[in-house]
Design a protein around this ligand. Structure first.
Ligand SMILES: NC(=O)c1ccc[n+]([C@@H]2O[C@H](COP(=O)([O-])OP(=O)(O)OC[C@H]3O[C@@H](n4cnc5c(N)ncnc54)[C@H](O)[C@@H]3O)[C@@H](O)[C@H]2O)c1
Length: 448
């Protein structure tokens, strides 16, 4: 099949590369010239395990072609994936400007019947807007070309995106005609040979499914963070509660870790967008609002613990931060709890020395240059280097190398043996024995 994927970010690049891997001819289009030039040379704009090899191999075999020109791709393609960003607008609603811009460009260039697949996360009804935008441009050109619009939301997880795309637990296809359903089935067949799991539904149902999935996962996290807050006040360890409820099959262990809040490019924006969709539909989304409010508050929890430990006086102190990415396995720092923590620490006059196994370059772009120039913020190359002469170590992202660190070395390196554990990674009794002061989330602190 000949396919075009518009947008070469986390979703578009993974989609394009994985579809090419199955023998299809794929054009990956992006407006970002540097991104495309780098991709042509095998330099990826993102870190995603396993992606680099697939991109290089398929590019070398000319199944994966990178271009900034949709017109060049259009000639060859029968299916177009729209995989551009839908960031939150000022009022929290999904900003559809990029999606509709791509739709208009498709309308300007389309030559033969095609299927337009919306992979971006978009509000219910967006397929209609995409259809209108394409039709308007076709009419303006005075041509009649048949096309279908399909909703095919993406459920991949950053950090495991290639594996998720190659082995999906479900493929949701919202389509309103048999031809589109057949083409989409054929396209995805190689990914689900042993486990057929394509769910066909209405276009609007598919659009809603994606938001409902992310909102549900965000709800589980915020619920557990709320329970954690209560545990701290009642002398209960939330880790025991987690295991105690997770063993109930109706609840399950996934997404019930208490922590310093969810981040990333999806949960925060999708919960906000769903709240906005509800308001526009004259419906009060009480639960979703609470999920979001709890998360906003939760992102401040590490700073609050540090601040109260030091009696509100963080000026001049050095805080080591382990983990900058919003979760392990990615270099993505969008809406990461580390950003809220580092901003708060620096605004309180502290100095931050941070380490992340992968997201160091992202971090250098994320914070003001002046902070690096005057030494308020340092991104270091080793996890133990971050701890040298620091007054506390704060664990923000649960990368594997942080799971079982050398506590003796840490105790030697830190000025004060204090660990603030934003992911409940450490055994508080062990840290107590090793002579650390310790704060977790939803558990009793350990005094030094
Ligand atoms: N990142 C995830 O884990 C994930 C998972 C599932 C769904 N989604 C959804 O997928 C969509 C894309 O997310 P992402 O994280 O890949 O975004 P991204 O920001 O990483 O990538 C978007 C890309 O689109 C490009 N672009 C913008 N306008 C363009 C245009 N007119 N023509 C060509 N390219 C254009 C940008 O240059 C950028 O490279 C969003 O709606 C998101 O909610 C993301």
């Amino acid at each position: 099949m000949n396919i075009t994927v518009v947008g070469s970010g986390y979703v578009g690049l993974v989609t394009g590369a994985c579809i090419a891997e199955m023998g299809n001819q794929v054009y990956c289009v992006d407006v970002d010239q540097t991104k495309i030039e780098n991709l042509k040379q095998g330099i990826l704009p993102i870190y995603e395990p396993g992606l680099e090899d697939i991109v290089r191999d398929n590019h070398a075999s000319e199944r994966l072609i990178f271009t900034t020109s949709l017109a060049e791709a259009v000639e060859q393609s029968e299916v177009f994936f729209i995989a551009v960003g839908t960031p939150p607008g000022e009022d929290g609603s999904a900003d559809l400007r990029y999606v509709l811009e791509v739709a208009r460009q498709i309308g300007d260039t389309l030559r033969a019947p095609a299927i337009i697949v919306n992979k971006s996360t978009v509000p219910v009804g967006t397929a209609d807007l995409v259809r209108e935008a394409i039709s308007e441009r076709l009419e303006a050109r005075g041509v009649e070309i048949e096309f279908s619009v399909v909703s095919n939301p993406e459920f991949l997880k950053e950090g495991a995106a290639v594996n998720d795309f190659m082995h999906p637990d479900r493929i949701v296809i919202g389509a309103d005609n048999e031809h589109a359903r057949q083409v989409m089935s054929a396209l995805y067949a190689p990914f689900i040979r042993n486990r057929p799991r394509t769910l066909f539904m209405g276009i609007r149902d598919a659009e809603m499914t994606k938001y409902a999935a992310n909102a549900m996962l965000a709800t589980k996290i915020s619920f557990m963070n709320e329970i954690a807050g209560l545990c701290e006040r009642l002398d209960v360890d939330v880790e025991n509660v987690r295991v105690g409820i997770g063993s109930d099959e109706r609840i399950g262990y996934h997404f019930i870790y208490a922590g310093c809040g969810y981040g990333g490019s999806c949960f925060p924006k999708d919960v906000k967008a769903l709240i906005r969709i509800a308001h526009q539909s004259d419906f009060e989304p009480k639960l979703l609002q609470a999920v979001e409010a709890r998360n906003e508050q939760q992102k401040h929890t590490l700073f609050n613990k540090l601040s109260s430990h030091f009696n509100g006086d963080l000026a001049g102190r050095t805080i080591a931060v382990w983990g900058l990415a919003f979760k392990p396995g990615t270099d993505d720092m969008r809406e990461a709890p580390s950003v809220v923590l580092i901003n708060s620490l620096i605004n309180a006059g502290a100095k931050v020395r941070a380490f992340d196994p992968i997201a160091r370059e992202t971090a250098r772009r994320e914070f003001p240059e002046a902070w690096f120039a005057d030494g308020r913020l340092e991104i270091v190359e080793g996890q133990y280097e971050a701890a040298i002469d620091a007054d506390a170590l704060c664990l923000v992202t649960e990368w594997k190398p942080f799971r079982r660190p050398d506590f003796r070395a840490l105790k030697r390196l830190l000025n004060t043996p204090l660990i603030v554990d934003g992911r409940n990674q450490y055994d508080r009794e062990q840290l107590q024995r090793e002579g650390f002061a310790y704060y977790g989330i939803g558990r009793q602190p350990v005094a030094a």
